[in-house]
Structure formats: structure tokens, C-alpha cells
Design a protein around this ligand. Structure first.
Ligand code: NAP
Length: 248
């Protein structure tokens, strides 16, 4: 990431939860910050105001990452405005949980379409400008579930495992152009997504965390921030687990 001139940072799903914490972690560097979201205008407006208050030249837009044409248009606008992309964080994600024997194909496709194909659309749009400028950082937000699996989340686990393969392949493709590609794999993090868990499941999961607490969005944002820093310049193709020790 360039230190001296204003950098361009793009965060998907930046309006709530982990994405909001990531946007705020970057905002104090005063970047050109672009984040998207799917439909929650209120959350997006709150995050936008907080990022601007922290010093970022921030913009937000409703863009469905599963829609390849919409993603291409979003990145075209960003490139027309700034001429470069220094950091891309693919964070947007959804769950549609259920056991495989009861899972509807639509629930499989929705999760793969947003969590995996959505990230593909974004990295595809950012890879060329990063390669051309011979610098860049890409972070894909995967999950502990992508490494460990989870009953009731086959669609989500498949998408998140796919992101790990995408990370490693893209890291190899872009390393000659000085672009690093890494994944951050959160465990259980206190956001709206985790709030959807039944209280018993949440209690059992918390009990399985050696550090004895659920993660915060800021725990994850700090890991993303590290992987984007100059200190992480020799790290690529890796998965950084941020999970309190629940999976080692
Ligand atoms: P969250 O609170 O539900 O927020 C999800 C964000 O993604 C929102 O900004 C949402 O926008 C956006 N989004 C969802 N679908 C989208 C789409 N099709 N196009 C564009 N934006 C979309 O989720 P979170 O807990 O912060 O999770 C963030 C990431 O971390 C996800 O990839 C998730 O899988 C991963 N993760 C979370 C946990 C956890 O325990 N929370 C654990 C491991 C991994 P709208 O509000 O407009 O829908």
C-alpha cells in the first residue's frame, strides 16, 4: 500500500458488522474509501458518516456482488474517479443454513453466488489495475467454517473453502506484479450474522473458544489492517485465522 499519496480502498459489504469495522480501521488513513452493500440504506448511511468523520473521502453504493455487470460498473466508476485501486477487501457474505438433505438448490446458489462468485467478480475487476500499477493488496474474508466444515452450513462452508482456493491461485497469478492476496478467516464474531444463531448453539460455540469470548468486528479488522500494511509485504497466499483458538 502506498504511504505518501492518497490510496484507494474498496470494501465489499462495508455497511454493517465486520465490513463496517474494516472501513473504520482504514478511515483514519484518510483514503479514497469506497464500500458497497446490498440493500440496508440506513446502516450504509451510518457507516458513511462515521468514515467521513474519521477522515476518509468515503462513498457508498448499493451494488449486489452477485451481479457481475453491476460489479464491473462499480469498479469502472471507482477507476474513473481515482485511476487506481490499492486495497480490495472482499467481505460481503450471507448464510442460508440447513442440513444438506433439506437444503433447497436456491439456498445453495444464493450463498455460492454471493460469497464465492461475488468475490470472483470483484477480484476480476481489481486484478488488472493492480497488475498495471504493480502494487496492491487483496484480502478475502473467508471463515473458520471453510477450513473446518460445519453441519448445517454446507453451502457456506463450500463457498468459504472456495475462497481459500481463490486466494492461493490469485496469489500465484499476481505475485509477479507485486500484488499480495491473502484470506482472513474469522471464527464466531459478534455481528447480525452471528445473532441469527440459536442461543444454545451460540453458547456451545462460545464454550469451544479457548480465549473464552466471541470475537469482535475490530478483532477481524485489525488482521485485515495488518495484511495490508507494509509490514506484511512478504506475506501472500496465506489464511490468517482470527478465532480465539476455536480452530487451530
Ligand atoms: P453481516 O453483519 O450480516 O453484514 C454483511 C454485509 O455484507 C452487509 O454490509 C451486507 O449489506 C453485505 N452484503 C450481503 N450480501 C451482499 C450482496 N449480495 N452484495 C453486496 N453486499 C452484500 O455479516 P458479518 O458478520 O459482518 O460478516 C462479514 C463477512 O465475514 C462475511 O463474509 C461472513 O461470511 C464473514 N464471517 C462472519 C463471521 C461471524 O461470526 N459474523 C464468521 C466468519 C466469517 P446489506 O446490509 O445491505 O445486506
Amino acid at each position: 500500500m502506498r504511504e505518501k499519496t492518497q490510496s484507494t480502498v474498496v470494501v465489499t459489504g462495508g455497511s454493517r458488522g465486520i465490513g463496517r469495522a474494516i472501513c473504520l480501521a482504514f478511515a483514519t488513513d484518510r483514503p479514497r474509501l469506497f464500500f458497497n452493500y446490498r440493500s440496508d440504506e440506513t446502516a450504509a448511511a451510518e457507516t458513511l458518516a462515521a468514515c467521513r468523520a474519521a477522515g476518509a473521502d468515503a462513498s457508498a453504493k448499493a451494488v449486489d456482488v452477485a451481479d457481475g455487470a453491476a460489479v464491473a460498473a462499480f469498479f469502472k466508476e471507482i477507476l474513473e474517479a481515482t485511476g487506481r485501486i490499492d486495497v480490495l477487501v472482499c467481505n460481503a457474505g450471507i448464510t442460508r443454513d440447513g442440513l444438506v438433505m433439506r437444503m433447497l438448490p436456491a439456498d445453495w446458489e444464493a450463498v455460492i453466488g454471493t460469497d464465492l462468485t461475488g468475490a470472483f467478480h470483484c477480484v476480476r475487476a481489481a486484478a488488472r489495475p493492480m497488475a498495471r500499477q504493480r502494487s496492491g493488496r487483496i484480502i478475502l474474508v473467508t471463515s473458520v467454517v471453510g477450513a473446518a466444515g460445519n453441519a448445517g452450513q454446507a453451502n457456506y462452508a463450500a463457498a468459504k473453502a472456495g475462497l481459500i482456493g481463490l486466494t492461493k491461485s490469485l496469489a500465484r497469478e499476481l505475485a509477479p506484479r507485486n500484488v499480495t492476496v491473502n484470506a482472513v478467516a474469522p471464527g464466531l464474531v459478534d455481528t447480525d450474522m452471528a445473532a441469527a444463531l440459536a442461543p444454545e448453539a451460540r453458547g456451545a460455540l462460545t464454550a469451544s473458544i479457548p480465549l473464552g469470548r466471541i470475537g469482535t468486528p475490530e478483532d477481524v479488522a485489525a488482521a485485515v489492517r495488518f495484511l495490508v500494511s507494509d509490514a506484511a509485504g512478504y506475506i501472500t497466499g496465506q489464511v490468517l485465522h482470527v478465532n480465539g483458538g476455536m480452530y487451530m
